[in-house]
Design a protein around this ligand. Structure first.
Ligand code: ADE
Ligand code: ZN
Length: 336
């Protein structure tokens, strides 16, 4: 297990936790070039053109268009070597940006185009995790979609097989196009997840309304990816508050996918003020052109997030992390 370094060189205010970080959304120009070189995959020679391909454009209409940006990163992650190296490179990069604990998520079924099985993909990612100095764990994403029920079940079986309390696969998730494939369709899948006792988080309330979050909570989710739209139904806000559900919020992603039509109405601060367990995360830093440090600065500048509130966000993240009490204690010592 990677010990958490003391990162004495990182100023206290610049130490973060990222609970919501997609591997395929974190391939920066530098990482993409290394992965392409490894596989002799041609990429545009100039960084500006490559960056344009890897990042979302300012006129992005919605989550569906945002998700189309993943085709290139996914195409670079189809061999065990590339996937393992991506986990190492992305983890090292976010560590250099001040992240002291991260939960890196990916969908094994998105990495089978070149002949890997989902299990090969999980093993490759675990291999990469061993090579980074970042303290990190893996979350396996099931995907919203049609005709992939068997693949999602396989992901859940793999999560069960490789589940550990820390230092590997620690949870599952549901990702993908929420507006196209409603949460209700995943009831059976998550009954299995619960039956197996696998911790899980769940993308909801991002491109669909509060009902999606209510269903995910009823499935047993203790953490929700985004949850932005719950303000539309005070009853769901109350449910989230009463059950202590943790919201993994990702402001730049939410702005780019138009989770709220106008960021002036972004409910992050009101959720925090109402005592909901909010955390601050990146989602897809390379696609969005952001880092977690950037997200903190954005929230400070735009919404007046204070240092005291930042401590609350970090405390929430530590409480909600899919890891052991010993790791949480160490994180509290470091960050609070
Ligand atoms: N996969 C990567 N980013 C995502 C997001 N914001 N919502 C759903 N699935 C995703
Ligand atoms: Zn996400």
């Amino acid at each position: 297990m990677t010990e958490i370094g003391n990162q004495a060189d990182v100023p206290f205010k610049e130490r973060y936790i990222d609970l919501h970080l997609h591997l395929d959304g974190a391939l920066t120009v530098g990482v993409a070039r290394k992965l392409a070189d490894l596989q002799n995959i041609p990429l545009p020679a100039d960084d500006e053109s490559l960056e344009k391909l890897l990042t979302v454009q300012p006129d992005c209409a919605d989550l569906n268009e945002f998700l189309a940006r993943f085709l290139l990163p996914i195409s670079l992650l189809q061999t065990p070597e590339a996937l393992s190296e991506a986990v190492r490179l992305v983890s090292d990069e976010v560590k250099d940006q001040g992240v002291v604990y991260a939960e890196l998520r990916f969908a094994p079924q998105s990495h089978t185009l070149g002949g890997m099985t989902q299990e090969d993909a999980v093993l490759a990612a675990l291999n990469g995790l061993k090579k980074t100095e970042l303290k990190a764990n893996l979350i396996l994403c099931c995907m919203r979609g049609v005709g992939n029920e068997a693949q999602n079940l396989e992901t859940v079986e793999l999560a069960r097989k490789y589940l550990v309390e820390d230092g590997g696969v620690v949870a599952v998730d549901l990702a993908g196009a929420e507006a196209l494939f409603p949460t209700a369709d995943y009831k059976k899948l998550f009954e299995k997840v619960r039956e197996y006792g696998i911790p899980f988080t769940f993308h909801a309330g991002e491109a669909d309304g509060p009902e999606s979050v209510r269903q995910a909570v009823e499935f047993g989710a203790g953490r929700i990816g985004h949850g932005v739209t719950i303000f539309q139904d005070p009853e769901v806000v109350r449910l989230v508050k009463d059950r202590g559900i943790v919201l993994e919020m990702c402001p730049t992603s939410n702005r780019q996918t138009h989770a709220v039509p106008d960021m002036a109405d972004y409910p992050f601060m009101s959720y925090l003020g109402a005592g909901l367990k909010v955390t601050l995360n990146t989602d897809d830093p390379a696609i969005e052109g952001t880092t977690l440090a950037d997200e903190y600065r954005y929230m400070e500048r735009t919404f007046g997030l204070t240092a005291a509130q930042e401590k609350v966000l970090l405390a929430n993240a530590i409480d909600a992390a899919f890891t052991t009490d010993a790791v949480k204690a160490r994180l509290r010592e470091m960050l609070l």
